[in-house]
Structure formats: structure tokens, C-alpha cells
Write a protein that binds this ligand. Structure first.
Ligand code: MLT
Length: 403
């Protein structure tokens, strides 16, 4: 008789952004004439850069010719893209990464979730609280999180990130084996400096732990003390996997392209994780389409770099507008300086979902309730800077009016 993976039954409710989408749809149905401005899921609004579109068109045309047709590509990604990643994302920052340590994929979300395949189910996992729910839910699905009791998973080690510690997690006081870190952070928008990251690499080295470092938002870093890669920290290649994405950097949320770096130096039980991940990808993944990888390659051309930079600056300007409007309205705000996310304290200690509902009902603006990211997110909401500038300004005016 077939049996299900009953870890799925332990998951509370729906995926956070599905719940937000459901509530938004209910609102739209109840109020078909009201304008809705989405500042919830981090989905970009600016079109793909002209250089990217040009490369994509060219690749589509190639696919229609006998000489230019591409069938299955390498599971790890085409050399033309991996070499550009090595050169521009790493070498240019003084970091030595080899092309065979790069694995091109369809998204950092998938990779952050799938990476669990190569780790034993009895690893103790540490996550920040609040946290991007994918790290938690995928470990729960794999049976690594234990039981869900009182809004917490019994086997996870939670690292609270609160106002008191400047939203920076403290090193675990118990032994943990796998540590998820995300900087610039989703959801708080706070970024760790080199000095703040060093102790994590030390901790991982001393305790045989692996850091799963999500740097999907590195393109939004403005502060020179904030590293773009964990490999800027000495010794990190021995302890960390890094996830990167073209989604927020170059507008690929709908186009899907990302990559993960698994250095050869990184070994667990004397086994290179690079080999295990390669085995996993070759078995379960057939690579990102040629056309999409060509589009991603164009991000690294001079034009592509300039055009994608313009889009990032546009979103950072939105972040500034949000920060200022909410502060002027009397809210305490964090993030938004090295990240596209603004983490705002709700007024008068309101619960996150209550404030979410109030803002949606009274203004039509969709935010994300902080408590959806973990117990320490209670009393906060998250806003994204990925809307259009006009809608950002409009949304802020509306929120200011109700506060
Ligand atoms: C978010 O809003 O947290 C992100 O867009 C989700 C994602 O990248 O999957």
C-alpha cells in the first residue's frame, strides 16, 4: 500500500505567500472597484533589460536553425554563463571560485530547498527568526524539523533576530550542524558586515557545521563594509554553500535563472559536497533552457550591467521613499538601505495579521505580515520596494493617511 510523506501533514497552513495571495484575491472579489497595490511578495515590476531581451531573441532564432539548435544542455549550466559568473561576480571581487563549483539552476528558492537532499535527516538545523519560510518548510518536509508545537518546530534551532540585537542572530549556544544565513536579509532587510560574518565562519569551522548562505539580494548592497559573498571571509570556502539569483538582480522572477556555489574545499565526513550536489542535479535536473542562460549571460555585458544597475537603483529609490513615508507617519522602520525589503513595526503593538488586514481593507495595499516569517516577526510587516515608483508613492500616501 502506498504511503505518503506524512511530514507534509505536519506543515501548518499554506505557504506564506499563497495565503497572502488568497487574501488579496478575496479582497479583490469583494471590492472589484478598489485599486490594489502589491508590496508583498518580492516580485519585480520593471521589464527585462534591453540587452537581455536582445540576447534572448538571438538565442530563440538560433534554436530555429540546424546549427544553432540546443537540446539537453549540461545539467550544471553552460560554460559561457558559468565563466562569466566566475569572472564578474567573483574574480572581480578578488574571490577565487572555479567554474565547476558553479551550478546554474532555475531559482535560489529551489536550490535552498533542494540542497537538503544531500544532508542526512538527523542534522540539527539553525534558522534565523524571522526567516524566509522556504528554509523551514523544506526541512519540515524532509523530516528534519520535528513536530510543530506552539508555532515552533521542535528540532529546529531558532536564532531570534530582534530590535534588541539589531536583527543580527547570535551564534548558537547549542550544537548545530547546518546554519541558514541570508544577507542582505529577507525579511528584515538588514545586512551583515564582514566583521559580523567572520564569527560564523569560525563557528562553522570549529563545530564541523555547514553554512547555507543565501545572497540573493547582494546586488542591493550599498555599504562598502557589507560583503557581497560569504567567500569574502577567509576560510568560508571550507564551510559554506552560496545561493545567488538573477531574479531580483536582473528581473528574472518570471524567467527563472539562479546559481549555487559549492566549493571543492567544502567537505562533510570527508566527502566533497560538490560531488554530491552534482550527482543530485544530474539525476533530478535537466538544466536551465539555453535561451534563458543566454539571457542571463547578457546581464554581464557592459550594457547589461549598466541597465540592470539602473533597475536596482530604481528599486533602492523606492525603498528610500517607503522608509521616509513610514518614518514620517511615526512607524519604526528597518532595512531598505542594502536590501529591497523594509521591515516596519506595527503601530501600538498591533498583531502583524491585524495590521496586514487593516492596511489591505483601508488602503488596498498588500504587505506581508511579519509573523508569517516566524514568531519573532510578530508585531512587524514587510514591504517590498519592487513596485513601480508611482505605485510606491501612491501606496505610501494611502498608508500615511490611515496612520
Ligand atoms: C519574497 O518575497 O520573500 C521572495 O520574493 C520570495 C522568493 O524569492 O521566493
Amino acid at each position: 500500500m502506498a504511503r505518503i510523506n506524512d511530514n507534509y501533514l505536519k506543515l501548518p497552513g499554506a505557504y506564506l505567500f499563497s495565503t497572502v495571495a488568497r487574501k488579496t484575491n478575496e479582497f479583490t472579489q469583494a471590492h472589484p472597484d478598489r485599486e490594489v497595490i502589491k508590496m508583498s511578495i518580492g516580485d519585480v515590476t520593471k521589464p527585462l533589460a534591453p540587452a537581455v531581451i536582445e540576447a534572448m531573441h538571438k538565442a530563440v532564432d538560433e534554436m530555429g536553425t540546424a546549427e544553432g539548435f540546443h537540446g539537453y544542455g549540461p545539467e550544471q549550466g553552460y560554460a559561457f554563463l558559468r565563466d562569466k559568473i566566475v569572472e564578474i561576480d567573483y574574480k572581480a571581487r578578488g574571490i577565487d571560485v572555479d567554474a565547476d563549483e558553479i551550478f546554474v539552476s532555475d531559482g535560489a528558492k529551489s536550490d535552498c530547498g533542494n540542497i537538503g537532499d544531500i544532508f542526512s535527516a538527523d542534522n540539527r538545523v539553525a534558522v534565523c527568526d524571522p526567516v524566509y519560510p522556504v528554509y523551514v518548510d523544506t526541512n519540515a518536509m524532509a523530516g528534519r524539523a520535528g513536530e510543530y508545537v506552539n508555532e515552533r518546530w521542535s528540532n529546529l534551532y531558532y536564532m531570534p533576530c530582534t530590535e534588541d540585537n539589531g536583527f543580527m542572530p547570535e551564534l548558537p549556544k547549542e550544537n548545530v550542524d547546518i546554519i541558514y544565513l541570508c544577507f542582505p536579509n529577507n525579511p528584515t532587510g538588514v545586512a551583515a558586515t564582514r566583521e559580523q560574518l567572520k564569527p560564523w565562519v569560525e563557528y562553522a569551522k570549529n563545530n564541523g557545521a555547514v553554512i547555507l548562505y543565501d545572497s540573493a539580494y547582494e546586488a542591493f548592497i550599498t555599504d562598502p563594509d557589507v560583503p557581497h559573498s560569504i567567500y569574502e571571509i577567509e576560510g568560508a570556502k571550507e564551510v559554506a554553500v552560496e545561493f545567488r539569483s538573477f531574479s531580483k538582480t536582473a528581473g528574472f522572477t518570471g524567467t527563472r535563472c539562479a546559481y549555487t556555489v559549492v566549493p571543492h574545499e567544502l567537505k562533510v565526513d570527508g566527502v566533497e559536497l560538490n560531488g554530491l550536489w552534482n550527482r543530485r542535479q544530474c539525476t533530478k535536473f535537466n538544466g536551465v533552457p539555453y535561451v534563458i542562460q543566454k539571457a542571463a549571460e547578457a546581464v554581464y555585458s557592459d550594457e547589461g550591467q549598466r541597465q540592470t544597475r539602473e533597475a536596482i537603483d530604481y528599486y533602492l529609490e523606492n525603498a528610500k521613499i517607503i522608509r521616509k513615508a513610514l518614518s514620517d507617519a511615526g512607524l519604526t522602520v528597518y532595512g531598505g538601505e542594502n536590501a529591497p525589503y523594509i521591515w516596519a513595526k506595527t503601530p501600538d503593538g498591533m498583531k502583524s495579521w491585524d495590521f496586514f488586514d487593516k492596511v489591505l481593507e483601508e488602503t488596498g495595499v498588500v504587505t506581508t505580515p511579519g509573523s508569517g516569517f516566524g514568531p519573532s516577526g510578530e508585531g512587524y510587516i514587510r514591504l517590498t520596494a519592487f513596485s513601480t515608483k508611482e505605485n510606491t508613492i501612491k501606496a505610501m500616501e494611502k498608508i500615511k493617511n490611515i496612520l
